[in-house]
Design a binder for this molecule. Structure first.
Ligand code: SAM
Length: 289
């Protein structure tokens, strides 16, 4: 039975161990059982699953995951939390805790060891200061991945899920949507955490695509074009791509590509879908700068 996840028991554990929150590690612990249940449900964890949890804190969500999953590995950077986790997780024989920085863990090797290389589920209330490197690392480093279900800052979740022509749409939306289908499962107010964060939060589920949703000969060029287009988002696509040190295509070449695709010369990156960026990458690839 999960015993944490409410303010009283959480405070009792924190006092017992005289725990001091470390701001630099983005420590905001969940104290709302409904939110915890929602996360587990959104993640679709079953007894077949191996789950990687990033930043277990005092083990609140870890208890829920241990009950729902076959096996859990929880990676926690703060050495001070390790004795607490040994205590709060003592009843579970399917949980291992690693005292490491998640950005330095070879997650593909972990998935191989713990799950025979089959796709894993990642579930976490993330430390917000490293949300993007964690998520991009999971997508880019060939980790066999079923889905990522995570609590992130509300605005970041909205950017991941955004569609063309909206203010939230940008490089993060396109990159995440190249790899996964994004779906916001819940909005979570600051009073569900201790201490209360200064920002709103949301639970987002990123279900990994089996195949990229667009065909593109050179995905690396696609990502460069996306970054360059939104690096100067108020400029026309042509100027943004010409000015970017990452791309630096000649203006005439860009104008010809845009014309070939039948777009207005004044088109901006924020109006283009992922498919259109992929078409542009295909037209430009193989051509001289
Ligand atoms: N899962 C707990 C909960 O929901 O109550 C704690 C979530 S708290 C937002 C983030 C956790 O990530 C903290 O326990 C923090 O120490 C840990 N953390 C921060 N940076 C980390 C890193 N680079 N690698 C692993 N864990 C990290």
């Amino acid at each position: 039975m999960a015993t944490l996840g409410n303010p009283r028991n959480t405070i009792e554990v924190l006092q017992k161990y005289e725990f001091h929150f470390q701001k630099k590690f983005g420590q905001n612990f969940l104290i709302d059982e409904h939110v915890l249940e929602k996360i587990i449900r959104a993640a679709g964890v079953t007894k077949e699953d191996f789950v990687l949890e990033i930043g277990p804190g005092i083990g609140t969500m870890t208890q829920y995951l241990a009950e729902a999953a076959r096996e859990v590995t929880a990676v926690e950077i703060d050495r001070g939390l390790i004795p607490i986790l040994s205590d709060t997780l003592r009843e579970y024989d399917n949980v291992s805790v690693l005292n490491k920085d998640i950005l330095k863990v070879d997650i593909a090797a972990l998935a191989e060891e713990k799950n025979g290389g089959r796709p894993i589920k990642v579930v976490a209330n993330l430390p917000y200061y490293i949300t993007t490197p964690i998520i991009m690392g999971l997508f880019e480093k060939q980790v066999p991945l079923d889905s990522i279900t995570v609590m992130v800052q509300k605005e970041v979740a909205q950017r991941m899920q955004a569609v063309p022509g909206t203010k939230d749409y940008g490089a993060l939306s396109l990159t995440v949507q190249y790899y996964a289908e994004a779906y916001i499962a819940a909005y979570v107010p600051p009073n569900c955490f201790i201490p209360r964060p200064t920002v709103g939060s949301a639970v987002i589920r990123l279900k990994r695509h089996q195949m990229p949703p667009v065909d593109c000969r050179d995905p690396e060029l696609l990502f460069r074009l996306i970054r360059a287009a939104f690096g100067q988002r108020r400029k026309t696509l042509q100027n943004a791509l010409h000015n970017s040190p990452e791309c630096g295509f000649a203006k005439e070449r860009l104008a010809a590509a845009i014309e070939t695709l039948g777009w207005e010369a004044s088109v901006r990156g924020e109006a283009l879908t992922l498919k259109q960026f992929a078409m542009l990458a295909d037209v430009l690839s193989g051509s001289g700068m």
